[in-house]
Design a protein around this ligand. Structure first.
Ligand SMILES: [Zn+2]
Length: 357
């Protein structure tokens, strides 16, 4: 600025010197120069304004990123969601301190013997050692052809496992960040508020087997959030996660009303993130205290009448397709094959926010 203004002042002075003392002309020159100085100052003002905005923009983005980091998102996912859904990223980021799963600590417990009736393993130990060397107890007594079949299965299993060795923990950590973002996101909040009408109190509890069970039906996202936050704070917002080899219920299992969960090492290592993340969310809702109670699990499985399956449906592939209009009863009917609308692997909240991996 100084150089430019100095230059203009010099020009005025030069004009005075060169043109002698013609006062009218000097006056006109001064006027003209004055305008020029005004313009230059104005332009400099704009530049300063732009620089300040840019600096503020950077600061804002840094604060936003830090907030998302505290939800457990990694840098790649933070950049992705800011680039693809900036408004939603901002909406989640600015809830700082108030989000579900904010600054939650996840302890990946290594092999500790038995937990919850399950044998636990090291999170980073090679998958192949659990699978390849696992033979039926009666292997030595098997006829030759059956031995060969077992060997072949183990060989296939070994090769699959080997490709994903060490991925289980990293995948789960990535999914936990995504789950934390999704459960606080505008799309989730809207869909929850559009569908909690389907929740049915009979599916919330069958007995008092679980002291921390949540037995009342939330009548808004905000109530759901408040219940979850008190469940999380009861145990200091700290989880214990155990790696297991087999589960009778799929790839993961969350304790009801207790911040601990079990994950099938191989399932977590091998599955696509967007396919497993809705299940991880389902299991976390068990840890908050939600159940899908019922003598017959067919009345609750993939039905929007209970929290774990409602949130799983909401975040599954295709749930965001237009034909379901965000209606999880309609989507559930489709998934369960009643009044079937064609459904296929369309968008989910996870793919919308974090891509197709
Ligand atoms: Zn469940």
């Amino acid at each position: 600025m100084n150089l430019k203004v100095k230059g203009l002042v010099l020009a005025v002075v030069s004009a005075l010197v060169l043109n002698g003392c013609d006062s009218d002309k000097v006056k006109a020159e001064l006027d003209h120069a004055g305008h020029k100085i005004g313009d230059a100052a104005h332009e400099v003002g704009h530049k300063i304004h732009d620089e300040v905005e840019r600096a503020q923009g950077k600061l804002t983005q840094n604060a936003e990123k830090e907030s998302l980091r505290q939800l457990g998102l990694d840098e790649a996912d933070i950049d992705y969601v800011i680039a693809h859904n900036p408004d939603d990223a901002m909406a989640v980021a600015k809830h700082t301190n108030d989000e579900i799963l904010y600054q939650t600590k996840y302890n990946f417990v290594d092999a500790s013997g038995q937990q919850g009736g399950l044998k636990t393993y090291d999170w980073n130990a090679p998958l192949s050692s659990y699978y390849f060397y696992h033979k039926p107890a009666n292997y030595d007594q098997l006829p030759l052809e059956e031995k060969a079949a077992v060997d072949m299965l183990q060989e296939t299993d070994y090769k699959t496992s080997q490709r994903h060795e060490g991925d289980a923990k990293a995948n789960l950590q990535k999914m936990l960040g995504r789950v934390a973002f999704v459960i606080n996101s505008p799309k989730f909040i809207k869909m929850f508020n559009d569908n909690y009408q389907y929740l049915y109190s009979d599916t919330f509890s069958v007995s008092s087997a679980y002291p921390n069970e949540i037995t009342h039906v939330p009548d808004s996202y905000n109530e759901f959030k408040a219940d979850i936050k008190s469940a999380l704070s009861r145990e200091g917002n700290t989880y214990k996660f155990y790696a297991v080899k087999d589960l009778d219920v799929g790839d993961a299992k969350g304790d009801v009303g207790k911040l601990s969960a079990y994950f099938k090492l191989k399932g977590m290592a091998n599955s696509k993130l967007k396919a497993s993340a809705p299940l991880v969310l389902h299991e976390l809702t068990h840890t908050f205290g939600y159940q899908h109670a019922g003598a017959d699990q067919n009345t609750v499985k993939m039905k929007p009448n209970n929290v774990p399956y409602l949130v799983q449906l909401m975040t599954m592939d295709s749930a965001m397709q237009d034909q379901y209009q965000g209606d999880m009863q309609m989507f559930s009917n489709s998934v369960n094959g009643i009044n079937q609308i064609t459904w296929y692997a369309g968008d989910s909240m996870f793919s919308t926010y974090f891509g197709n991996d």
